[in-house]
Design a binder for this molecule. Sequence first.
Ligand SMILES: [Zn+2]
Length: 72
Amino acid sequence: MSRPTRFEHNQYVGDKRSRVVHDLDAATDACAIDELMASEQFAAFGPDSLAEARNRGYRPHPACTVATATGG
Ligand SMILES: [Zn+2]
């Protein structure tokens, strides 16, 4: 799938509704990124890291962040 234009410089995008964070470099159909973009309930992180997303209360999405979620 293609990376959303407005997140072309971000790797991680959060879903404000479910408090789940996705890795756009590993996103799958299960992530429903297109639906998230359409909902406009997404969140970007600064710095753009999984650690920062977790600090802000987002859970890593297993379908796309399983490789990095153990890094803590
Ligand atoms: Zn995901």
